[in-house]
Design a protein around this ligand. Structure first.
Ligand code: OAD
Length: 239
């Protein structure tokens, strides 16, 4: 295998597009004419928790119908292939909150924006997984203190989990190769990971159906739907 290790894979909503999960900035990106930036914020939740939960409940119901596609499965195959050589030489960092990477079998991963299946109580701090779709009531309430629950995702203006970010930045700084799959490369700090790796001399491959702000700087730009492009690219690596 010609891949320079360690390998970092960064994914965005585009990798789940062929599973039927709506992306954020594509043609299917709006919900009742709201953009994600208007709903995925602490201010929007404080102003109208029911509206924000209606959006998440809609996304949870949409995602519950979806299954991992060939691109998710390719990343699992790449993980096991690389980890066979050196278990510490692979990390998947996903911006996605849909849980499809976990469903496909990915293990060595960081969910840099959290999970749509996790909920947190804004009163007592309890957090857990709730996979009910649809949710029984909106907004959902905490079983122990009756406080309002929020989605376990990172909102605009919120800081990321420090440990998750540290491990992701460490992987970018030490990467030999980075695969950037299905992200518009617009949202930081996730979008800074490939930039950091490039500065450190990593080989960066972008998989997308169109150009992004990262495209001019990558070593390989693979055009096409990830569910086809990524398995085909991987097949060429292991030939
Ligand atoms: P976007 O919706 O911004 O971008 C999706 C990217 O996937 C675009 O570059 C598309 O061209 C590409 N794409 C679409 N279909 C594809 C396919 N079949 N194969 C390959 N690429 C495809 O989603 P993200 O980049 O993930 O943050 O957005 C980043 C963050 O913005 C999200 O994590 C979320 C959002 O607000 C938070 O919620 C904090």
């Amino acid at each position: 295998m010609s891949l320079r290790l360690p390998l970092l894979v960064l994914t965005g909503a585009g990798i789940s597009a062929e599973s039927g999960v709506p992306t954020f900035r594509g043609v299917d990106g709006l919900w009742r004419n709201y953009r994600a930036e208007e709903l995925a914020t602490p201010e929007a939740f404080a102003a109208d928790p029911k509206l924000v939960w209606e959006w998440y409940d809609w996304r949870r119901r949409e995602i519950a119908k979806c299954t991992p596609n060939a691109a998710h499965r390719s990343i699992v195959e790449i993980e096991s292939h690389v980890a066979d050589e050196d278990p510490d030489s692979f990390l998947l960092v996903t911006q996605n909150v849909d849980g499809l990477h976990e469903l496909a079998g990915s293990e060595r991963m960081e969910r840099i924006h959290g999970s749509i299946w996790e909920v947190q109580c804004i009163k007592c701090g309890w957090s857990g997984v709730d996979r009910s779709a649809p949710l029984k009531r909106l907004p959902p309430t905490c079983r122990s203190c009756k406080g309002t629950l929020r989605p376990g995702v990172v909102w605009f203006g919120e800081s990321l989990n420090a440990g998750t970010l540290r491990r992701s930045v460490d992987a970018a700084e030490g990467a030999g190769t980075v695969l950037v799959v299905g992200t518009s490369s617009l949202v930081y700090p996730a979008a800074a990971l490939p930039e950091t790796a490039l500065r450190r001399g990593a080989h960066v491959v972008e998989f997308n159906i169109e150009d992004t702000p990262l495209t001019p700087f990558v070593h390989e730009s693979v055009r096409g739907p990830a569910a086809e492009a990524l398995p085909q690219w991987w097949a060429r690596q292991v030939k």
